[in-house]
Design a protein around this ligand. Structure first.
Ligand SMILES: Cc1ncc(COP(=O)(O)O)c(C=O)c1O
Length: 427
């Protein structure tokens, strides 16, 4: 009998994604295990690090009110509903959907466990053989996967250059006689923190009767309605559509609780008449397992905390972000963050430089996300810091000083660092 696993490794798993495998093998800092945590300090490989790698933007993973609510909820509901949603759902789901719709200002919402499950269930559900999809080239991988699945099920799939509306419009004009046109974009890019030109994309979608699918994984909970000079993130954290005051006509808004709300849940915001039909068409609603009870509760209580003190938490987050960006600029550390979103990437270039920079930061007691080729284009590797409201000012200062020393050490070791002008990037 052949060893089918060896065969699989030789023929398929081994060669597949070889560049990622190589990166993970060379980078000592991928795939680590944390053994302890104290506030936003985390112990990895026996070393305490100030954590700037999580996306717990509002710091609710450590919030007392949120944590205290879990045990009574578990006593009432048990740990897990374990029904597929089509069979039955605890009323917590309805409460969450209503609360989310109220915060967003949408007619309705449908909750599922993750955005990944939504992407692979919803994009194929919205399309058929008479549909055409236009995906922004920089859209997150889970959305690419959802689009490819839809294509395999008969839809036509096209992509357009990131945020290049002339390209998108030309393709919309040339598209033949399709019954559904779906444009797929991210609300905030996960490497740069940038938002696309949403007002113009929305206008195009409306002009050509297309549906605009927005994945706002990072924006929800951070940016929201009525931005002002004092509060550039806006208010209430109700997402990128409210931030640009666009209304939800033609828009399917997808986001999740796993970043700003530190909870495993995600949702589709849409009109009720669409929701009703999605229940019979989205595979992950029909057959996938549900959100654990603890996450339904932390999502609900997190939204209460957002009502009471979300804007104050975002003020703190904004302050940290502005401090990091100002300091990077003053110290010649290249970042192209132009909207003060709390994703601050320091561009260091080649994968080798990212890996060495990450190690130097680790030695300094700082943990950041290492985005290197092939996760980003060849020379666009970054050391990505995502501050959260649960970091301290001292940790933020530590990050800034350590990043400056790291850049200095990288130059001394002969690594070529990009200049300090803005750079293009993809996620
Ligand atoms: C833009 C974007 N979409 C989707 C995801 C995946 O979300 P989930 O973990 O809910 O599947 C991420 C995760 O980082 C993301 O950045």
């Amino acid at each position: 009998m052949a060893d089918v696993f060896d065969q699989l490794i030789d023929t398929t798993l081994g060669p597949k994604n070889a560049v990622v495998q190589d990166l993970v093998a060379r980078g000592q800092l991928y795939d680590r295990v944390a053994t302890d945590i104290d506030g936003r300090m985390v112990k990895v490989d026996g070393k305490w690090l100030a954590d700037f790698a999580s996306c717990n933007y509002l710091g609710l993973d450590l919030n007392d009110k949120v944590i205290r609510a879990v045990e009574p909820g578990l006593k009432k509901w048990g740990t897990h509903p374990s029904w597929a949603r089509l069979a039955c759902s605890p009323v917590l789901y309805e409460e969450l959907e209503q609360k989310l719709a109220a915060v967003l200002g949408t007619e309705d919402c449908l909750v599922l466990p993750t955005i990944s499950l939504i992407a692979i269930g919803l994009i194929p559900a919205l399309t058929n053989k008479k549909s055409i999809i236009f995906a922004d080239k920089f859209v997150h991988k889970v959305n690419h996967d959802g689009c490819r699945l839809a294509r395999d099920m008969g839809a036509t799939l096209k992509s357009f250059r990131h945020d290049e509306l002339a390209d998108l419009e030309a393709q919309l004009q040339q598209a033949g006689d399709y019954e559904t046109r779906l444009i797929v974009i991210d609300g905030v890019l996960s490497v740069t923190g940038r938002t696309p030109n949403l007002p113009d994309i929305t206008a195009l979608a409306r002009k050509y009767d297309a549906i605009l699918y927005i994945d706002d994984a990072h924006g929800f909970g951070v940016i929201g309605e009525r931005p002002t000079a004092e509060r550039p993130y806006g208010h209430r954290g109700n997402g990128v559509v409210r931030h640009f005051d666009l209304g939800y006509d033609n828009i399917i808004y997808v986001a999740g609780m796993s970043k700003a709300y530190s909870s495993l849940a995600a949702f589709i915001a849409c009109p009720t008449k669409i929701k009703t039909l999605l229940k019979c068409n989205v595979t992950s609603y029909i057959v996938s397992g549900p959100v654990p009870v603890a996450s339904l509760i932390t999502s609900l209580v997190g939204l209460e905390v957002n009502d009471d003190e979300g804007d104050a938490l975002r003020d703190r987050l904004f302050g940290y972000t502005a401090d990091i960006i100002d300091a990077y600029r003053a110290r010649g550390i290249r970042t192209d963050n132009d909207n003060l979103f709390p994703i601050v990437s320091a561009y260091v270039g080649a994968a080798e430089t990212v890996l060495r920079g990450g190690q130097l930061l680790f030695d300094e007691g700082i943990y950041v996300t290492l985005q290197a080729y092939p996760l980003v284009p060849q020379d666009k590797g970054v050391l990505r810091a995502t501050p959260t409201a649960a970091n301290t000012q001292k940790e933020v200062q530590h990050l800034i000083d350590a990043m400056e020393r790291t850049h200095h050490a990288l130059r001394q070791e002969g690594f070529a660092l990009p200049g300090s002008s803005a750079a293009e990037s993809s996620n």
